[in-house]
Design a protein around this ligand. Structure first.
Ligand code: DGT
Ligand code: MG
Length: 656
């Protein structure tokens, strides 16, 4: 720990903990013990979210030795996909073209992402990549590699037996710090180790033997509301403070060992910690104390909240005519249920109050991998196609190595190849044979075999898109699309989803892929799943069909689909994103931007499903201070304190 207990806490001089007449904590011995087991309904839970600052840009700066104050952006073809903070000061944003960015800041360093090149065996940083969109394919390997090093550093900075770390995307991590904070509390406050009075775990804890907490410079959102600051800190405040120290140490380890900065949010759950990490960037951390939750949330549009950015958020906006969290606080849970269905209604009601019992899941793993390319100009021979298959096999194999395929930790069982000619996509799949080591050559041979099967049919040339994917990993998979999907084009993304579909037999998300009739029944039932069905290919036969009509998507998806498929089919006349109204410079930039939404949606689908599963699991076990049931007052209960409407804000406590 960077801060000594003496510095962090100001201990009380008199009135020892447990003395008669002293106020008791709102938390019980049971709550304290729940921390040790990562119990998701524990009201003393502490969760952190870490998000790397301008991630790809930092990777390139460190790799190239660019000083921290120099403006740099990462380029993909003619667009920019990551911009460092010095460059942002010039007004440069994502989806600026390089030309426009250079006008804003002539000294901008713009580094193109690494690419695989047709005919070459390995990805590399090619100086002429931007001009070779026809023969190059983006490689995210450099960022994946750094992402893994960051994960290893984070894990190394936390005690092995007390850690729970979930990789949420290429540059985001959730930490459940409850068990580690529990251990620290017992060490720092020996009175907590005493057995509860009468051996009754539902007895309230003594109040912390401290009068003030030192949150240190950047750690606390200052919300200019003093009222609640007169209340003594309780154990939830102390737990968050200890977590904040841990997070500061983790961030220091990342900075010292790898030279990357990140921002963090620390709060009682994933929803709030994620909002917290984006609250102050770069290189800052934000603590959202329980007493400040409602005030903190009120400042956000609800569409900024995790899982509410997409279609579901849009639906809520339309149903209630507002985007403001504060406005929706007066809506009753019954009204939400009426408009959005029971599950969704309750979920929204909870979310607006910062209630989220979703688990930090250390088991999250990639369930499929895809490598694909849209061809402009199209390709017309088996030889050309085979050259790309060799690249795809190499690309997938290097990711499999990272997943532990060499050590036989995880191994895909199926391979899929999608081939698109004009408006028709043909697919073939095969099992990946067991009994011999999996290598690049085996993957390539299997892929070539699948291509030969497709080519044996008539009219398969010219080909405008090839997508190779592997899935059906041998062990339990909890589902994570991963950043790979962020760069997928329409066909590629669809193929990726198909691949996911085949490997999702046990996944709750499967409901989103039911045949149309069943899906319609579910939609009518008003459940959350109706928000998760948007990109179902509706071609005859669904996922078992070998020939999938391109453009066979539901009406609602057509415009989206058209914008993300090759624009030679559907001319794009406007460069405004229909999802967020962002103005982009070119059809390519719009395509990349739309892909990003698409990938985010897929990721959110996963999260919403998980959130629901967890919420339901947690509902049964909700406990006293963290009961958080619809109809209950927002935030933690504060017995003995007169309620003053919604929870009030937070400002700095006096330093100890
Ligand atoms: P931040 O977190 O605001 O400091 O900045 P970033 O750049 O870390 O943004 P974030 O966390 O949303 O995304 C992490 C990385 O993912 C980013 O460095 C590049 C990649 N990425 C983000 N948005 C897009 C996009 O629209 N298209 C593509 N191709 N990549 C993206
Ligand atoms: Mg980031």
């Amino acid at each position: 720990m960077s801060s000594s207990p003496q510095h962090t806490f100001r201990h009380r001089d008199s009135s020892p903990a447990g003395a008669p007449g002293r106020k008791r904590s709102q938390f019980t011995y049971r709550h304290l013990h729940q921390m040790a087991t990562f119990n998701t309904s524990c009201p003393l839970r502490v969760i952190a979210h870490l998000d790397l600052d301008c991630f790809y840009a930092q990777v390139e700066m460190v790799r190239l030795g660019v000083p921290e104050d120099k403006p740099l952006a990462v380029q993909q073809w003619q667009g920019l996909i990551a911009i460092n903070y010095p460059a942002r000061e010039f007004g440069i944003g994502r989806h600026c073209t390089v030309t426009e960015a250079k006008k804003l800041c002539p000294e901008l360093i713009h580094q193109h992402v690494a690419t695989w090149r047709e005919g070459l065996e390995k990805w590399a940083y090619h100086p002429d990549a931007a001009e070779n969109i026809a023969t190059d394919k983006v490689s995210l390997d450099p960022y994946r590699l750094e992402s893994r090093r960051i994960m290893a550093t984070i894990k190394g900075a936390l005690p092995h037996k007390l850690q729970k770390v979930e990789k949420a995307s290429i540059d985001e991590v959730f930490l459940d710090l409850s068990a580690q904070v529990h251990a620290a509390l017992l060490e720092r406050f020996p009175e907590l180790a005493n057995p509860p009075p009468y051996d009754d775990a539902s007895e309230q804890l003594p109040m912390p033997s401290i009068s003030a907490l030192d949150w240190q410079a950047d750690a606390l959102v200052d919300l200019h509301d003093e009222d609640w600051e007169f209340d003594d800190p309780d154990w939830d405040d102390v737990a968050l403070l200890v977590a904040s120290e841990i997070v500061r140490d983790v961030r220091a380890a990342i900075k010292n060992q790898l030279r990357y900065t990140c921002s963090a949010g620390i709060a009682r759950n994933k929803l709030l910690s994620k909002l917290g990490s984006g609250y102050k960037k770069p290189n800052m951390q934000t603590v959202i104390r329980n007493r400040a939750v409602q005030r903190f949330l009120s400042d956000f549009k609800f569409t900024k909240i995790r899982n509410l950015g997409g279609k579901l958020g849009e639906q809520v906006k339309q149903a209630f005519g507002t985007e403001s969290v504060s406005d929706l606080l007066s809506v009753s849970v019954e009204q939400f249920k009426l408009k959005l269905g029971d599950d969704t209604g309750v979920w929204i009601w909870n979310t607006l109050r910062g209630i989220d019992a979703s688990e930090v899941s250390s088991g999250t793993q990639i369930k499929s991998m895809l490598s694909a390319k849209s061809f402009r100009p199209s390709i017309s021979t088996m030889e050309q196609a085979a050259r790309w298959l060799r690249i795809f096999a190499a690309d997938i194999f290097s990711r499999l190595v990272e997943e532990g395929v060499l050590e036989n930790k995880r191994r895909p069982r199926t391979m899929n190849l999608h081939h698109r000619h004009e408006r028709q996509t043909r697919s073939r799949s095969s099992p990946i044979p067991l009994g011999r080591p999996l290598d690049e050559k085996t993957l390539f041979e299997l892929a070539k075999n699948l291509l030969s099967q497709i080519v044996a049919e008539n009219d398969v040339w010219p080909c405008v898109n090839l997508s190779l994917s592997v899935g059906g990993f041998e062990e339990g998979i909890s589902g994570n699309m991963g950043i790979d999907a962020f760069l997928l084009k329409g066909d590629e993304a669809r193929a990726h989803r198909d691949e996911s579909k085949t490997s999702l037999a046990q996944d709750s998300r499967r409901e989103a892929y039911q045949p149309t009739a069943k899906r319609r029944r579910m939609e009518n039932s008003g459940g959350i799943q109706r928000f998760l069905t948007k990109r179902e290919p509706s071609g005859a036969g669904g996922d078992t069909s070998d020939v999938m009509p391109a453009g066979g998507l539901p009406e609602e998806d057509l415009s989206h689909h058209q914008t993300i498929t090759t624009h030679e089919q559907t001319p794009i006349t406007s460069h405004v994103c229909v999802r967020c109204n962002a103005n982009v410079e070119s059809p390519e930039a719009l395509q990349s931007h739309t892909d990003w939404h698409f990938a985010k949606d897929l990721q959110e689908e996963e999260r919403v499903s998980q959130t629901f599963a967890n919420r339901q699991a947690a509902a049964a076990g909700s406990s006293r201070a963290g009961g958080q049931k619809p109809g209950a007052p927002a935030g933690p209960k504060r017995p003995g304190r007169p309620k003053k409407g919604a929870e009030r804000g937070q400002s700095k406590l006096s330093f100890g």
